[in-house]
Ligand binder design. Structure first.
Ligand code: OOG
Ligand code: MG
Length: 259
């Protein structure tokens, strides 16, 4: 096939719609670098917006060692979240609309004011936060076996699938988010544990990273946007009947079930 930004964006969205996985692009497209990959990601966003979706925020990916080691990619990235990816609390994850979903616990910020890099520090980032929430991301790579290089996964909007945030909304002031504990339960068993420090040393560092790296592409984090700061632990597969709970110390718990 011809390797162009529109063709790659089409293939990714088509794979998502058909629930079919693809061979990673970098095996056949030697020129696919990060700059091209973000152009493909932005093209998939433009196509989502064209079909009526709207931006609700952004996600960071590969911000923790646990994620970087498992995926074999050691650099964080950003991707888009639209309203079509948002799952209401308690709503089962529709497995028949996903390829091979996996679940990861995340700390989520909702911004009260815009946040624009460069030069944003964790302290400055936290000052723009209106509320912090427990969250779960259901990732779903469009690549076979979740095997990709950095440019592949950037193009694929960082394996975006669904996101769920807890309804408990806390102010970040007075919380030490580096020490915020998280326990991931799968069908009643504890499978992973972490604290907020797992993402870039502090979730606010991850938020600052998002603001600063997006600034290099001319993008400002807007008031009202949510920011998913990245999986604190390795992700776990979600199958039919599975009941997965991300339980935090202060932020409460978020549950997803596969249906
Ligand atoms: C890439 C997406 C990573 C996170 O939170 O680290 C991500 C993947 O693991 O498929 O969303
Ligand atoms: Mg994630």
């Amino acid at each position: 096939m011809e390797w162009t930004v529109p063709a790659a964006a089409h293939r990714l969205l088509d794979a998502e719609n058909r629930r079919e996985h693809l061979a990673r692009f970098t095996d056949d497209w030697a020129e696919l670098d990060l700059e091209l990959a973000y152009r493909i990601q932005d093209e998939t966003l433009a196509r989502r917006l064209m079909r009526g979706e709207h931006i609700v925020g952004v996600k960071l990916g590969l911000t923790s060692r646990a994620k970087q080691e498992r995926m074999g990619v050691d650099s964080p990235l950003t991707a888009w979240l639209t309203d079509a990816m948002v799952l209401g609390g308690g709503v089962p994850v529709p497995l028949d609309s996903l390829i091979h979903p996996r679940v990861e616990p995340e700390i989520v910020f909702v911004l009260g004011e815009p946040l624009a890099g460069p030069g944003v520090t964790a302290t400055r980032a936290l000052a723009a936060v209106e509320s912090v929430h427990a969250g779960i991301e259901v990732i779903d790579s469009r690549y076979t076996g979740f095997r990709f290089r950095l440019a592949d996964v950037v193009a694929d909007n960082a394996s975006s699938g669904r996101v769920v945030a807890g309804s408990l909304a806390l102010q970040p002031r007075g919380l030490d988010l580096a020490l915020e504990p998280c326990v991931l339960h799968v069908n009643g068993e504890v499978v992973h544990t972490a604290t907020g420090a797992a993402v870039q040393g502090h979730p606010a560092e991850a938020l600052a990273l998002a603001a600063n790296t997006l600034a290099s592409r001319g993008i400002t984090l807007e008031a009202g946007w949510c920011v998913y700061t990245g999986g604190l632990t390795d992700a776990v597969p979600l199958g039919a009947g599975d009941h997965i709970v991300a339980e935090f110390g202060h932020l409460g718990a978020v549950t997803v079930t596969g249906e």
